[in-house]
Ligand binder design. Structure first.
Ligand SMILES: Nc1nc2c(c(=O)[nH]1)N[C@H]1C(S)=C(S)[C@@H](COP(=O)(O)O)O[C@H]1N2
Ligand SMILES: [Mo]
Length: 422
């Protein structure tokens, strides 16, 4: 990855999807259709790449015989697992590049991963906000103009466990530490391209992305966000066909918005001239608490609090929790991110917030992704309370604590990371 290119142009790789797939297939010596089938069957990119062709089919079949809630390999050293959710272990990002490889990317599933045959897949566009309701096959989507962008997907509940640390009160939901985020290169068709073919009316207001998973998870976004140039219908992740757990065949990428907006396994899209509501913007992914009064116009629609959309800055060390390192000259590393612009600075404390020093930021530093940073440390034996505090270019600095909300979303306070030096 050329850092300079990334910096200059976030949307840097204009390509056509069928060329992309054809290129991959050619490199592997199999047909384009066969490649897509293999990925649909859950074969990992590595397995497909490394095995001689006569074994490839067996791998694909072996992986589908036992239905499991998740398809990807789950190594305990990669993830903390809670039911269908896999939290990334941050120590694995030390000494790695800018992107999170697909194997290590966190998974947040409200339901088991559905298995979808791309041959029968249809994406339906409907609703009173379009004058030409229509549908597209997987192949049709793949042959539309596409772009690749580097963006984070972060769970609204990332950091939830720190509400307990800060307020002594546990917020309900999966107790994520800070590994409910990942940055990848996403390739897909701009949602705008697809909506334009259904002829969006000037009066269109909201767009509901609807999944085909067993809960039919759906959440609306405003038409302006739907038409943004980097809101995508994604079919490839870090150069591989989108893995089943991350939404194969098609997922939404809604940059800067909480994870739930990035609907996986999208099967239909409703465009409406009226405001849209679902369980996921009325009761779930809502900030509920004394500090979050409900706007009166939303009360009537059953909205229980403030709707979670963007995230403020957060930081994580690339270290195990409650870890131990040996004394000596060390390079402490971490990453910071925000939905509201690039990271402007990161300060690090080794003594629980008494003294702070500036971390060195490394390129690239992309908005709606993250920045890597480090500090040199001559670590002496003892117990340390490491803290990192990021400021984004919109001027948000991580506070010591943030107000409680019942479901524990959007925790962006400074987190203490205990470390023992021996
Ligand atoms: N259909 C569907 N889409 C979904 C979800 C889901 O459970 N079902 N989870 C959402 C949530 S809460 C998050 S944080 C992101 C996680 O994306 P990932 O699993 O690819 O990391 O997907 C979102 N899209
Ligand atoms: Mo999430």
């Amino acid at each position: 990855m050329d850092n300079q290119d990334l910096l200059n142009e976030q949307v840097y790789d204009r390509t056509r999807a069928h060329e992309f797939i054809a290129h991959r297939a050619k490199a592997l010596g199999i047909s384009r259709r066969r490649l897509v089938q293999l990925f649909a069957a859950g074969a990992s990119a590595t397995a497909v790449n490394l095995l001689p062709s006569r074994h490839r089919k067996q791998v694909a079949q072996a992986q589908v015989t036992e239905p499991a809630p998740l398809v990807k390999e789950i190594r305990p050293e990669w993830f903390f697992q809670v039911k269908n959710n896999l939290e990334m272990r941050w120590e694995n990002m030390y000494n790695r590049g800018y992107l999170v490889p697909n194997e290590l990317f966190f998974v947040r599933n409200n339901n088991p991963t559905p298995r979808i045959d791309p041959a029968n897949y249809q994406l339906k566009i409907f609703g009173d906000g379009v004058s030409n309701p229509t549908s597209f096959s997987y192949d049709e989507l793949l042959s539309m103009p596409s772009i690749s962008v580097i963006r984070a997907v972060e769970c609204a509940g990332n950091g939830r466990s720190f509400y307990k640390t800060a307020h002594g009160q546990e917020a309900s939901g999966t107790q994520w530490k800070l590994g409910g985020i990942g940055v990848a290169e996403w390739t897909g068709v701009p949602l705008r391209e697809v909506l334009e073919r259904a002829v969006v009316k000037a009066t269109a207001k909201d767009v509901m992305l609807i999944s085909v998973d067993e809960k039919k998870i759906q959440r609306p976004i405003p038409i302006e966000k739907a038409l943004a140039e980097d809101t995508l219908l994604v079919y490839a992740m870090n150069g591989d066909i989108l893995p089943p757990d991350h939404g194969f065949p098609i997922r939404a990428l809604v940059p800067g918005w909480v994870g739930i907006a990035n609907i996986k396994w999208v099967g239909s899209i409703q465009v409406a001239t009226t405001p849209l509501f679902s369980l996921y913007n009325t009761e779930k992914y809502i900030l509920i608490g004394d500090d979050y009064p409900v706007p009166s116009e939303l009360q009537a629609a059953g909205v229980l609090g403030e709707i979670a959309t963007e995230q403020k800055p957060k930081s994580a060390f690339e270290l195990p929790w409650d870890g131990e390192i040996t004394a000596g000259k060390r390079l402490l590393r971490g990453r910071s991110w925000s939905s509201q612009g690039k990271i402007a600075q990161v300060e690090v404390s080794l003594d629980g917030g008494k003294t702070w020093q500036q971390a060195r930021l490394s390129q690239p530093n992309l908005p709606q992704a993250w920045v890597r940073w480090d500090i040199y440390w001559d670590a002496r034996p003892g117990n340390y309370k490491l803290q990192a505090r990021a400021t984004d270019e919109s001027g948000n600095t991580q506070p010591d604590t943030v107000p409680f909300n019942k479901k524990g979303y959007l925790y962006w306070g400074v987190v203490t990371h205990s470390l023992k030096v021996v």
